[in-house]
Design a protein around this ligand. Structure first.
Ligand code: BMA
Length: 325
């Protein structure tokens, strides 16, 4: 038996499985369809967290000029969201508004009473990680650009490890990067980052041969940190994004204890196979309930919509271990 170490979330979105799959899709997917916000064509690759007994999220929304920005949303049930009509405002230390060039693929992590938004930010037109902080989902303060360009897929662990924040990221190029491995970096103050380590390289299994990138904030269990990530394969029709999972050692997160050789989700449903960018399953957030072991994963479908998928910690761990290389 594996135990999730964390809070209980009795109102986690949930639907029972109908077969033996390790991860199963919500039958009413996609939960966020096209044009859910005025003047926004698509919302996908987005993050949801428990907030004040309900749910809050930061969403990637692509506006009518095709540029992605971050949008705030709230929900009573984690499934139906109300969005702001205007992109998220983030403020600098001097009180001025941070000027976004573009912003995409947000993750949100709660740690030590603050929520951190971690996204891919445009710095002089180049992709870097941006970090902002909020305590109330009203005022967001810019924290830092932790790493040099080019880098994407940034997400924190939800608690400090040996007194340090740990950030996962994927060094990139400034285009549609044809390579990519997951690295960790550490900081005591969220400003200065170092102690960079390789965590996982892209794999030989065909769904993850080209590149991999961290997905949801790691989930603590008594067997280690559960990391959902995306793996990419290159086909005659372009890139295909699937979701996989690994367990990182709880004492040394640079050690991969188990890595599932099989994907957990790969584009199969029409809202994953057909869209602005076809064949994309891109996880960015996971909710979990320690008591029941239930996990709900939010993922982008085909760079167009948001879907929900479910799993249960013991069923998932059995599968990861069974197919671990
Ligand atoms: C990656 C990121 C993701 C996107 C994916 C597929 O490089 O930009 O936001 O979902 O490509 O287009």
């Amino acid at each position: 038996m594996t135990r999730i170490i964390g809070a209980n979330l009795p109102n986690i979105p949930w639907e029972d499985p109908t077969d033996e799959s390790p991860v199963w899709r919500y039958s009413a997917n996609p939960i966020i369809k096209r044009r859910p916000i005025k003047n926004v064509t698509r919302v996908f690759n987005s993050a949801v967290v428990p907030f004040n007994g309900k749910f809050a999220g930061i969403f990637r929304g692509e506006t009518n000029n095709g540029i992605p920005y971050l949008f705030r949303g709230f929900s009573d049930d984690g499934i139906n969201f109300r969005f702001d009509e205007k992109p998220l405002k983030v403020y600098l230390e001097n009180g001025e508004e941070y000027e976004f060039q573009y912003a995409y693929d947000p993750r949100v992590v709660e740690t030590e009473g603050s929520f951190y938004v971690i996204w891919c930010d445009g710095l002089e037109g180049n992709p870097v990680i941006g970090i902002a902080r909020t305590t109330d989902f009203e005022r967001f303060e810019f924290v830092s650009h932790p790493l040099l360009p080019y880098v994407r897929n940034g997400v924190f662990f939800p608690k400090k490890i040996n007194g340090e924040y740990v950030l996962l990221s994927r060094p990139s190029d400034n285009g549609h990067t044809p390579f990519g491995d997951i690295y960790s970096s550490r900081s005591r103050d969220l400003i200065y980052w170092g102690k960079h380590s390789l965590i996982m390289k892209s794999g030989w299994e065909w769904w993850q041969t080209l590149k991999i990138g961290a997905g949801c904030a790691p989930i603590e269990t008594d067997e280690g940190w559960l990391l959902f990530y995306h793996g990419v394969s290159l086909t005659c029709n372009g890139y295909v994004y699937s979701m996989g999972a690994a367990i990182l050692d709880k004492d040394d997160i640079t050690k991969v204890k188990y890595r599932c050789g099989n994907f957990l989700l790969t584009p199969e449903e029409e809202y994953e196979t057909v869209g602005f960018v076809s064949n994309v399953v891109f996880p960015c957030a996971a909710l979990c309930d320690a008591e029941s072991g239930r996990i709900a994963v939010y993922y982008g479908g085909a760079d167009t919509v948001v879907g929900l998928a479910f799993t249960e910690i013991n069923r998932l761990m059995d599968y990861i271990k069974k197919y671990s290389r």
